[in-house]
Design a protein around this ligand. Structure first.
Ligand code: HEM
Ligand code: HEM
Length: 125
């Protein structure tokens, strides 16, 4: 069984791989309409998830909790709802999906805020 840090990092590296391919597609096509969705796939997907992954790897006491699993579920759900939601919203398809994804993403960060202040950085037990 791999640790929670691995799963956050895996979500991050999958996001940035897709995000880069999307960026290349935008650059080649010259159509940058969806740049905001590309940006947040990379920034919420890779930068933020990667930082979560590093934190949990450095802080085993936090990684061992059920709250860390809830955090992962909320963060991944937020990303996969928010990024297509941005693409839909910028094409005037409605805001509901991006709103739901943003709230899930913000909820995941509230879980992390609590986790960081409860466990600090580097706590092993
Ligand atoms: C192969 C890699 C990548 C390519 C080819 C690429 C390509 C692009 C393109 C064509 C745009 C639209 C630019 C515009 O319309 O102004 C863009 C925007 C953006 N990209 Fe990427 N990108 C790549 C990787 C990344 C990564 C790794 C990140 C973040 C970690 C990132 C963050 C952003 C952001 C924040 C914007 C929006 C900037 C703005 O609002 O002007 N990109 N990218
Ligand atoms: C719940 C989470 C988030 C929400 C609701 C959100 C919302 C937004 C909105 C509404 C914009 C303006 C888009 C536009 O004018 O086209 C924006 C732009 C931007 N955000 Fe976020 N954001 C979130 C998370 C983040 C995070 C975590 C990062 C960085 C790690 C980030 C970096 C940026 C950047 C660099 C831009 C400017 C690039 C662009 O125009 O696409 N955002 N964000």
């Amino acid at each position: 069984m791999r640790g929670i840090g691995f799963y956050f990092f895996a979500a991050g590296v999958i996001s940035v791989t897709l995000g880069m391919l999307w960026g290349i597609q935008m650059a080649i096509s010259g159509d940058h309409t969806l740049h905001g969705a590309h940006a947040h796939l990379n920034l919420v997907g890779w930068v933020t998830m990667g930082l979560f992954g590093i934190y949990y790897t450095l802080t085993p006491a936090a990684a061992a909790t059920r709250l860390a699993k809830l955090h992962l579920a909320l963060a991944v759900a937020g990303l996969v709802v928010m990024v297509p939601g941005i693409a839909i919203a910028v094409q005037n398809g409605g805001d509901q999906m991006v709103a739901a994804g943003s709230l899930l993403t913000a909820a995941s960060m509230l879980v992390f805020l609590y986790t960081v202040f409860k466990n600090g950085l580097g706590r092993t037990a």
